[in-house]
Design a protein around this ligand. Structure first.
Ligand code: SAH
Length: 573
């Protein structure tokens, strides 16, 4: 039977620690044989530390645990710090596995417990004339703050209070005085301040102090404090319910509004970032709420210790993954064969959630993607001079903003006639982090795979790569064809199947010898690779006769003659 370790974040309050211990004891009693064993521990500040609790369970022979974060909402502690502490326990105890439970709230049992605490404070006064300020722990995580607002709404539904408004202690607005002032202006005469907190601690104390201060300044108000949820049977039952869920592997979390996954206004920096310690601005001791920055703390490892058990869990040991959620990598895939991509490019493909792929990108790489990875065929986006590129840019930005790791897989090198920089600029303009992974360009590789070096000592001391997309004389052409005609080095023409006749004529007109060797290489590196040698003045007719079609490069210059004496061993493709 799985053992349960209840994980608290720790508190400076001795009363809070005692309440935690009492709850652990109560869960043990309530479990009545449904749980193998129960221990509780804290990740910081308080005793016993988590490592003792886990150590005790391991000593008693437990290898498989349910770890339950004793938190009301999923914020930094539940998403980052506690999973990180558990990951360290796993390193300490090889073979230890655990299922990670979800946070306690929102849950009807908690709403009922809150209503009971509020009723106790009302002591018979009517609900209809009562406003409630529900005060949660403010977070830098908007999703966690939104949960408090949701609980406030659920508490109001059907219970007959005049109204329930959410407020926050530390780090989020409205603050305690701000929400009380709001209620006062709405005409409230009786207000109950209900802390949405489990146990005693520094923050609940501060709520009480701020409420008292507000009451002193507004003697006309009947302002009362409700008790904390505290150690009670309802809470123990809820812990056992969450335990049962985790045992069943039935963890339902809504990750759609999580700032660690999804880029939201004002929070774009959070996506994929580990937890960082932060000061509570109104903390009188001025200390860090997290005194130990956790180098392994990973945002969003919130469902399970095993990163593969949950599609949203990113529990990497590596503190800075190569491709963060919400980022784009423009990856050069090489000229065609699956094994001519770089090691870095391959590693990014392995972690990608979405791959946006070009027609000329190595299709063989797609078979090796993780199951569930979304493949977007960029060739299917609307055609046309720039419409297609705009559509691709939009797709990249949209997936990144949804918190996915996006790989844009291109043929060859992204910056060689690949429009890679347009995509980089589009991402940057949208505030999406973007990186580029260079690739093996067909401009060099196609010749090489056909046995031709683009330079060779004593034969060619330069090579020029030129696009044949626009023929010589085209008004938009930026190429100095006359200079290329005068030059003696190697000229590699890409995208030139349609224009090779015009290109050859122009080069000859400006001084290249008609007998200059040319090699056309089609489908370099792929099973259908073929090459066709010809003289410069005959290449267009020869290519047309042979039916050369894209993708193909033309290698023009003395080095092309090396193709006539093949010396390379077969590559195995
Ligand atoms: N960024 C790519 C080039 C894109 S332009 C790179 O660096 O390789 C597309 C052109 O590349 C094609 O028209 C063709 O000229 C060339 N090309 C790409 N893959 C090729 C291949 N496997 N064999 C021959 N030519 C190829």
């Amino acid at each position: 039977m799985t053992a349960l370790v209840i994980v608290g974040h720790g508190t400076r309050s001795a009363e809070g620690v005692a309440q935690f211990a009492a709850l652990v004891e109560r869960v043990r009693t309530c479990a009545g044989g449904t749980v193998g064993d129960v221990e509780g521990g804290f990740i910081e500040l308080s005793r016993p530390p988590l490592t003792d609790a886990v150590g005790a369970l391991v000593e008693r022979g437990h290898k498989a645990l349910v770890a339950l974060p004793l938190v009301l909402t999923a914020a930094g502690h539940g998403k980052g710090d506690i999973p990180a502490a558990l990951a360290r326990e796993q390193q300490r105890h090889p073979g230890l596995s655990y299922a990670y439970g979800r946070p306690l709230g929102p849950h009807p049992m908690l709403q009922t417990a809150l209503a009971e605490r509020i009723d106790a404070a009302l002591a018979g006064a009517d609900r209809a004339g009562t406003w409630v300020a529900l005060i949660g722990r403010g977070s830098t995580d908007p999703d966690a703050n939104a949960e408090v607002a949701k609980v406030a709404r659920l508490l109001w539904e059907g219970r007959g209070y005049a109204g329930v408004e959410p407020g926050f202690i530390s780090l989020a607005e409205p603050s305690v005085p701000a929400v009380l002032d709001r209620l006062r202006r709405l005409g409230a005469r009786r207000i109950v301040v209900a802390p949405y907190f489990l146990f005693a601690g520094v923050l609940p104390d501060r709520i009480r102090a701020q409420a008292r201060e507000f009451a002193a300044a507004h003697p006309e108000l009947d302002l009362r404090m409700a008790d904390l949820i505290g150690d009670c049977d309802a809470l123990a039952d809820l812990v056992l319910e969450r335990h049962a869920e985790a045992v069943r592997g039935d963890i339902r979390m809504n990750c759609d509004t999580c700032a660690y996954r999804v880029s939201m206004p004002g929070f774009v920096d959070k996506v994929g970032r580990p937890q960082t310690p932060h000061d509570h601005p109104d903390d009188p001791v001025g200390g860090h709420s997290h005194p130990h920055p956790h180098p392994h703390a990973h945002a969003h490892a919130h469902a399970h210790a095993d990163p593969h058990a949950h599609p949203h869990a990113h529990a990497h040991a590596d503190p800075e993954p190569a491709l963060r959620p919400g980022a784009v990598a423009i990856v050069g895939g090489g000229p065609g064969p699956a094994d001519l991509i770089t090691v870095r490019g391959r590693a990014l493909l392995e972690v990608a959630d979405v791959v946006v792929v070009d027609r000329l990108a190595p299709q063989g790489l797609l078979a090796g993607l993780r199951p569930g990875v979304r493949v977007v065929d960029a060739a299917k986006s609307p055609r046309g001079p720039s419409v297609g590129q705009d559509a691709i840019n939009t797709v990249l930005v949209r997936h990144a903003r949804a918190g996915r790791r996006v790989v844009r897989l291109k043929g060859g090198d992204p910056y060689v006639f690949g429009r890679g920089h347009e995509e980089v600029l589009a991402c940057a303009a949208a505030g999406v982090p973007v990186t580029v992974v260079p690739g093996v360009t067909s401009a060099v590789a196609a010749a090489a795979l056909a046995g031709v070096p683009v330079t060779h000592r004593g034969t060619a001391h330069e090579f020029t790569v030129v696009s044949g997309h626009l023929p010589p004389g085209h008004p938009d052409s930026l190429v100095d064809w006359a200079a290329l005609g005068r030059a003696r080095g190697t000229l590699v023409v890409l995208m030139g199947v349609e224009t090779i006749g015009a290109v050859a004529a122009e080069l000859i007109a400006h001084g290249r010898a008609p007998g200059t060797p040319v090699l056309a290489v089609q489908d370099a590196g792929l099973p259908g690779q073929r090459s066709l040698p010809a003289r410069l003045d005959e290449i267009a007719a020869a290519a047309a006769r042979a039916g050369v079609c894209p993708p193909a490069v033309f290698v023009i210059g003395p080095v092309a003659a090396f193709a006539a004496e093949p010396v390379l061993a077969a590559s195995g493709h």
